[in-house]
Design a protein around this ligand. Structure first.
Ligand code: BJW
Ligand code: ZN
Length: 253
């Protein structure tokens, strides 16, 4: 016996009939791989910091070594994790439908789970650039523990400015090309799945509205209610790693 709620037949039918599926994901997607979500209390080393306060240009300006060390801890952590059954289900779904992933996550678990079309709205944990001249920094970074002693970011080869994570902090613009591709992906789909995001951070949280305006069904997969929940065709209060294999398996003949 399992305590996981059943998925309504109407939702299974939407999943099995959709030829183009777009999946908007957030931190809850990777939670079952062991990557902490943003708005959950942080654990261990970083328990006394608020993640949303560290992901800001102000935090970087105030204390680049602290912010760099936090990203090196996450870099190290993500390298130890594996895609969960939800990531793998989305990768496998490509054999029977056209699946586009739009993710707010900076990890590479969708790619490692087999998804070939992934748009990263908030950048990547594995890309770095100079905070002064924006030149990409491609040398290996040192993410080895311990992470509790703040370590200075590397210096840019060109201008010696501090190298920063290639991610999007609050108040910064999203990269153009993934944003435009993501808008197209939510416009041109038969089903939008919104998985493991609190739907609080814009402009990503505004993407479902584009699908809604076109009458495209939206299914939320989230263990908790969010501000998007009332706008959805259906909400599955089921963890992503349980729900997604069941939705994708409908395509297996
Ligand atoms: C599970 C689960 C399981 C757990 N299964 N589910 C008012 C209106 C509109 C916009 C704004 C506004 N005021 C300010 C703004 C702008 C701001 C914003 O949206 N702020 C809001 C907080 C209000 N946005 C921006 O600044 C953006 N840029 C921008 O708007 O540019 C234009 C501009 C320029 C100049 C001035 C003003 C505007 C940029 C946003 C960048 C966000 N960056 C971060 C960090 C990225 C790098 C990094 O990872 O370090 O992105 S912050 C953080 O939040 C991260 C995430 O991608 C993002 C979203 O979080 P997410 O993924 O939803 O995670 P959680 O933790 O919040 O939720 C997890 C969910 O999973 C929960 O619901 C759980 O229930 C669920 N869950 N386990 C299923 N197993
Ligand atoms: Zn530079």
């Amino acid at each position: 016996m399992t305590n996981t709620p059943a998925i309504p037949t109407s939702v299974l039918t939407l999943a099995s009939e959709a030829q183009r599926v777009t999946v908007l994901t957030g931190a809850g997607m990777s939670a079952e791989s062991g990557v902490p979500t943003f708005r959950d209390a942080q654990t261990g080393l970083w328990a006394r910091y608020d993640a949303t306060a560290l992901a800001t240009p102000e935090a970087w300006e105030r204390d680049p070594a602290l912010v760099w060390s936090w990203y090196m801890w996450r870099h190290h952590l993500v390298r130890q994790t594996e895609p969960n059954a939800g990531h793998k289900a989305l990768g496998g779904w490509e054999t029977t439908a056209s699946v586009t992933v739009v993710t707010q996550n900076i990890d590479d678990l969708h790619e490692r789970g087999g998804s070939s079309r992934v748009h990263h709205l908030h950048g990547s944990l594995f890309a770095f650039r100079c905070s002064r001249c924006s030149r990409p920094y491609t040398q290996p970074v040192d993410d080895t523990p311990p992470h509790d002693t703040p370590r200075k970011p590397p210096a840019c080869d060109e201008c010696a400015g501090p190298v920063r994570p290639g991610v999007v902090w609050f108040g910064e613009m999203l990269p153009n090309s993934p944003w435009e591709a993501s808008v197209r992906a939510v416009q041109d789909c038969d089903l939008l799945l919104v998985v493991g995001t609190s739907s609080l951070v814009y402009p990503a949280a505004g993407l479902p509205r584009i699908a809604q305006d076109r009458g495209i069904p939206i299914v939320e997969v989230n263990t908790e209610e969010t501000p998007l929940s009332t706008q959805c065709t259906a909400c599955l209060r089921i963890p992503a790693a349980s729900a997604l294999p069941r939705l994708a398996d409908m395509h297996v003949t």
